[in-house]
Design a binder for this molecule. Sequence first.
Ligand code: AMP
Length: 422
Amino acid sequence: MSDILPPEQPLWKYVKEKAASVCDLYGYQPLNTPVIEDAGLFTHAVAGGTDIVDKEMYIFKDRGGQELALRPEGTAPVCRAYLEHGLFNLPQPVKLYYIGASFRYERPQAGRYRQHHQFGFEAIGDASPFLDAEIIEMAQRFLLSLGLRDFSIHLNSIGCRTCRPGYVSALKRYYASFEGELCPDCKARLERNPLRLLDCKKRHCQEIAEAAPRTTAFLCPDCLAHFESLQECLNILKTPFLLNHRLVRGLDYYTRTVFEVQPQEETSQGALGGGGRYDDLIEALGAKPTAGVGFAAGIERLISNLREQQVNVPPSPHITVFLASLGAEARKESLKLASVLRGAEIATMESAGNKSLKSQLKQANARGSSYTVILGEEEMKSRTAMLRDMKSGEQRLVPLSQVVATLRQTRALERGQSPGDT
Ligand code: AMP
């Protein structure tokens, strides 16, 4: 779990702003859910047999003995909120998005943390493949809006509860003859969750998976029609995708469409994001069957790719004015002036304590301030202030009563506005 320090914050702000603006563009509304949920939500929705539920959930009992979990993913909480607040009474589908922390007790490694942050969006209440296409196009538009270029969208359909059992049986039959060659994880998957055999990252297991039966050969007519229609929609949208018969995804609740966004250089950090359709999830939570489709991207992975691809992001706004003061009288004047400047919406920082002018100017430089206003004993006597341009080092004496107006004027000139505009 990491601290996100001030120098990293512009990247986080940038990603969150792009996320919100792509959601505005497609009509997805924000939703915040609590970090803690009833553990049963995830055991029912994500289901046992998956690493996330079996090995990675942070579970604890509260003082009342209720079993709770730190949210390991965002879709199940959104579905819970959809049911709890009667959002099914609204015109469907309901389109929502979230940005928040997820917790998984994973083995920490590059790109895999125990607390990470996801931006996800969900369309609940409609099974049309047009919605799957919208979600996939939206994921692509979001990544492009960030300035990321080198990624590809992998797509598969894993069928529904009518056709998947036939596929899983065929998969088990195929793998039976390879049991001795599988890695220990895959041996366990053969029993617990055979679909996951397909996305093992070990080379020999991948070779075996490559020749395994394909989900798409076992789709029932409805699932096949859905998958074909989705591909047609993506072609209309000119959203490129790669069919990947080994793509199954780590969460059990998916039905039909699954997709993942992979960086071009498939690094050990893995997918930028992934999603799919989850038409059985809401029923698993005890409500009437309700279709849904969504996507989630990991913000830490996005940021690491932004860094690798050297995408420029807007820097954080710097402090405009730094107030340096010498002596008790000047310190009080500085307190007053800081409040007036902030009241005039000029970003201002004050020096604290009794520091030398040199160390105060050093601090002003470190915070990137454009101007330092120096208030010394002499200035106090003459009711003036020394205004220092931090870039040129030029200094001029200004009457104390004129400091705000002078700074406003200078700032307006810097921005190319007429002073009256500020
Ligand atoms: P998932 O809910 O597993 O589909 O994850 C969605 C996205 O979240 C992934 O594609 C990653 O970008 C990101 N992600 C998942 N788990 C982690 C983790 N442990 N650390 C960092 N990012 C993660």
